[in-house]
Design a protein around this ligand. Structure first.
Ligand SMILES: [Zn+2]
Length: 263
């Protein structure tokens, strides 16, 4: 028997579009158990549709905090809010066509955070996932003129509360947009002349905004995951890039439980 807490956590992750495999790893349960719970969940999904629209500034209701934390990560990485007409905005998130699973996860999170229809625009090598509402600037108050790295990005207290509740989902969103899991292969020659290969997985997150980098490293600190940062200096007309890497073996194992390779 699993505790109600574990089942609830597994279902929440499953609802957000995580694969059975990742839900199982993140919750320390079998994939079969996840499949079983998810099937039971399907029957009660109709009730979910009654969820009222939520706007942190002008509405009521409940926001899905797990989906929000993930979507905030995607927004800070690859998202953009633009104006359609006076007072109406669209949120656009660019997803690479290389990772079809991530596209589905983005759509799912978007629909859960705000129940308006999601549409897709095919671009070269990527898909723009868009949704129109007058509330996007309320939902992501970091909206503003120009590039995100050219303005100050600070989370509002209600956002910080959600992120502190679900730092894993935020990290997952940030890695899915501006990060990656890479394998370093190192070749060593033994004394007897034999060549051996070692593989070290690690995570990278790259961004030009020190504020966004801070949001990422704060979430890592909250989970006690060790990280390092280095700067890639660019020519004067370009912004320097900051690369945060997680490479210690136990830290990578922790990240693997809730991020893993892109899919
Ligand atoms: Zn609003």
């Amino acid at each position: 028997m699993y505790s109600r807490e574990i089942v609830d956590k597994a279902l929440a992750l499953h609802r957000s579009g995580w694969s059975h495999q990742y839900v199982a790893r993140a919750c320390g349960v079998s994939e079969r158990a996840v499949g079983h719970w998810a099937n039971g969940r399907r029957r009660t999904r109709a009730k979910d549709a009654e969820r009222t629209a939520y706007c942190p500034k002008c509405g009521e209701g409940t926001l899905d905090p797990l989906a929000y934390s993930y979507l905030l990560g995607l927004y800070l990485g690859d998202g953009y809010i633009g104006a359609v007409s006076k007072g109406v905005h669209y949120l656009s998130i660019i997803c690479s066509d290389t990772w079809p699973g991530l596209k589905v996860e983005c759509e799912t999170a978007l629909a859960r955070v705000y129940p308006v229809s999601v549409f897709k625009v095919q671009r070269e090598g990527c898909t723009e996932i868009k949704s129109t509402s007058k509330h996007w600037p309320c939902i992501f108050p970091q909206h503003g003129k120009g590039y995100k790295h050219s303005r100050r990005i600070a989370l509002e207290p209600w956002q910080a509360a959600i992120v502190n509740q679900h730092p894993e989902a935020l990290i997952r969103g940030l890695i899915h947009s501006d990060g990656c899991r890479v394998i370093n292969r190192i070749r060593r020659k033994r004394r007897n002349g034999e060549t051996v290969h070692y593989e070290y997985p690690r995570y990278h997150f790259t961004n030009s905004s020190t504020d966004i980098v801070r949001v990422f490293t704060d979430a890592l600190d909250r989970l006690d995951i060790a990280w390092k940062i280095h700067v890639i200096r660019q020519e004067p007309r370009y912004r320097d890039k900051y690369v945060v890497s997680v490479s210690q073996r136990d830290a990578v194992a922790r990240m693997d439980a809730f991020v893993g390779p892109k899919y």
